[in-house]
Design a binder for this molecule. Structure first.
Ligand SMILES: Cc1cc2nc3c(=O)[nH]c(=O)nc-3n(C[C@H](O)[C@H](O)[C@H](O)COP(=O)(O)OP(=O)(O)OC[C@H]3O[C@@H](n4cnc5c(N)ncnc54)[C@H](O)[C@@H]3O)c2cc1C
Length: 469
């Protein structure tokens, strides 16, 4: 019998690590269940050398590759096309923490390492790996870097890109390039690491990375504040930065409707203070001196904020369990809105100073376009990043709403983002979801440079085709 292409990959990684048919199905559907693809097979290499050999085999056969980590991406970047001619290359088996260099304050882990496990390994060594997000129990370091994920601590520590000192990559030709030395300074030409970070698997496969570690704060305090407007939330952010300095590690804003969805679908979570206020804010203060110091600083901040009128009510978590519950409420918004039904998602950023005007104008434009439309507005206000999602009016079928309204609503939101000098994708990437929208809002010069880079690195076009560009 003649060898099939999956058979040839099985000779590289072992037959049990090549999946087809029903076994491959879970890897072909995205987390939001918006994209359903089909793969020639799913292949799971066990080390970098095997990744390189798989890529060489694909390049020789002209078979395209979709790199996949935890498959939690929200823009359809990690699942194959429907034509069944691509393979999914899953990094799941490559999950080792290779090294922790305490003196260099770095951790080196393989791409398939679950984010929570990277955090845990750092913590076990007495250090903090600050990347954190709702999907941390499933997403992987490679996926975080592929998407340049942000999360809840960007305000203090930066995106995945800022946390990354080096990567090990398999190029589209199957060569291995490594910059895992953990250098904080290296001005020897173009920054190749930064080409791969955020490239959504279109330029190569990240197989490992060296990431920065930080000192663990003595205590982390969380507060929840009711604010009378978006402008008040922005004012509170300024005040919090002045009072807490680098201690301010999280600043999340949540609209009343977003919180009402959590209350409706997860009543056991007991959402605080949201009923009588249009917005709430979750603040996190990391303190290196101790609990009393942290509490005093928080109290001084909240008193000043109340005096200025930018906070109307607030609570400070009494203990870690309460703090976790508050974060759990924030992180449950994504799930609660999914329970409510499909909605139109916008992961956007505008300069922080422009957010109040952006929200006011865009809320009004959407209400005029679709009366009674419901806006699930929440996000990382400290980074100027909102998840400004649009839900069907009460009683309207979500699928019909999406089919009829998505293009018009996207135009209203993205045009407003563009007008305010913002980005149509703050942290989730472009993937398939925004590929055709990107050219309308990105400078033609920037797009030309991106295409030139893609052509130079992947002239055969086998890396995650049809994503980003
Ligand atoms: C509940 C929930 C909360 C979330 N919260 C946030 C948040 O706060 N901030 C945020 O930024 N994102 C968030 N996300 C989106 C998502 O979790 C992150 O983007 C995450 O980084 C994706 O990691 P992953 O391993 O699941 O990657 P995947 O979904 O598997 O892949 C994501 C992209 O990276 C590429 N890729 C994967 N692995 C590699 C690799 N080894 N080399 C090269 N390319 C690769 C894929 O091809 C794809 O284009 C959230 C998602 C969910 C479901």
């Amino acid at each position: 019998m003649q060898d099939t292409f999956p058979d040839s990959l099985a000779r590289i990684v072992g037959a049990t690590h090549v999946l087809t048919g029903d076994d491959a199905a879970p890897y072909c559907r995205d987390w939001r269940k918006r994209y359903q693809g089909q793969a020639l097979c799913v292949v799971k290499p066990g080390n970098t050398q095997e990744v390189a050999e798989v890529v060489k085999a694909c390049a020789a056969a002209g078979v395209a590759i979709v790199p996949q980590g935890g498959n939690t991406g929200l823009v359809g970047g990690s699942v194959p096309n429907i034509d069944g001619r691509n393979i999914v290359l899953s990094l799941q088996r490559m999950h080792a923490v290779r090294a922790i260099d305490v003196a260099n304050q770095t951790i080196t882990a393989e791409a398939g390492c679950i984010l929570q496990n990277v955090q845990q390994a750092a913590s076990d060594a007495g250090w903090l790996f600050p990347l954190s997000m709702g999907s941390e129990g499933s997403c992987t370091l490679g996926g975080n870097l592929g998407a340049n994920a942000g999360g809840t601590q960007v305000l203090r520590y930066g995106n995945s890109r800022e946390l990354c000192l080096g990567v090990e990559v398999v190029t589209p030709q199957g060569e291995i390039w490594s910059s895992l030395q953990g250098l904080r300074k290296d001005n020897t030409g173009y920054d190749l690491r930064d080409l791969f970070v955020g490239s959504e698997g279109t330029l190569g496969i990240i197989t490992a990375a060296t990431m920065k570690l930080y000192p663990q704060p003595k205590v982390q305090l969380t507060a929840w504040a009711a604010v009378p407007s978006v402008q008040a939330a922005v004012d509170l952010l300024g005040l919090a930065r002045q009072h807490l300095h680098a201690g301010l590690t999280g600043f999340e804003m949540m609209g009343q409707f977003a919180l009402s969805l959590v209350d409706k679908h997860y009543p056991q979570l007991r959402v605080p203070l949201y009923r009588d206020t249009p917005y709430c804010v979750l603040l996190e203060n990391a303190d290196f001196e101790g609990e009393q110091h942290a509490r005093e600083r928080f109290e001084t901040l909240l008193e000043a904020a109340m005096e200025q009128g930018c906070v109307t009510d607030a609570i400070v978590a009494e203990n870690l369990t309460q703090a976790r519950t508050l974060w759990h409420v924030r992180e449950s918004i994504s799930l609660a809105q999914a329970e409510e039904g499909l909605n139109i998602k916008h992961d956007i950023s505008v300069p922080i100073s422009a957010i109040p005007q952006f929200v006011q104008e865009t809320d009004a434009a959407l209400a005029e376009h679709v009366p009674s439309v419901r806006i699930v507005n929440f996000g990382h206000l400290g980074d100027g990043n909102l998840h400004y999602n649009v839900q069907a009016p009460e009683g309207v079928d979500p699928a019909r709403f999406l089919a009829e309204q998505e293009p018009g609503i996207n135009t209203i939101v993205f045009d407003a983002v563009h007008r305010f000098g913002g980005s149509i994708s703050a942290e989730h990437g472009i993937g398939q979801l925004k590929r055709d929208t990107l050219p309308k809002y990105k400078s033609p010069v920037a797009l030309g440079l991106m295409q030139a880079i893609k052509q130079a690195l992947d002239p055969q076009g086998i890396m995650n085709p049809g994503r980003v560009l």
